[in-house]
Design a protein around this ligand. Sequence first.
Ligand code: ADE
Length: 238
Amino acid sequence: MRIDIATLFPEMCEQVLSESIIGRARKKGLIDIYCHNIRDYSPDQRHHRVDDSPYGGGKGMVMQPEPIYLCYLDILRQSASVPHVIYLSPQGKVFDEKKALALKETPHLLLLCGHYEGVDERILEKIVDEELSIGDYVLTGGELAALVVTDAVARLCDGVLPDASCFEEESLMNGLLEYPQYTRPELWEDKKVPDVLLSGHHKNIESWRFSQSLSRTQKKRPDLYAAYQKKREKNDEK
Ligand code: ADE
């Protein structure tokens, strides 16, 4: 899979995406990620300007369409595939694990990061396929959102995590939160690891973990719990 990120702050993205699991996956060639500086495509050779004040007046600056479009055309030239273009914005549909799973099936993504008061509407009409938000709050730019989407999608790609069951079992994949985890020592600050986890009885461990998942989802995320129950009721009717 290939992910391109078009941004005014490529170093910020590159730094995060060179570390840890995603950094290793890139080095191994399991996923190709390229960060592009929109400023490099400014037609303004002297000042490399990429923004201007909004028509009709108002505060702040708006990113001009031409540098973004030239960046997009360059990415098209560099790759055999046409990317699915996502603009990160608080106006988009809220990103979740289900969306990450769907995007993982898309061979080529281009994540466009806005800044200032956003981007000229015409570039959205021209190249953007969908808008995504990472939550109902406003960030100073789309970079952190693009990093969140990249991380969540990349970790689902084949070979990126050591074992696919890592994410098949964990939080949210089945609509429930993950059960509590423990490691050595067995006794820490008067707190003991639950006996069942030391029993070696796999069936009992599995059913304990499932009941913990259920109870903590009910307590911490009643919204997810209600959705889970509804889905189960629907399945039981079938
Ligand atoms: N840009 C600014 N705020 C954002 C958000 N919440 N999600 C995605 N992109 C953004």
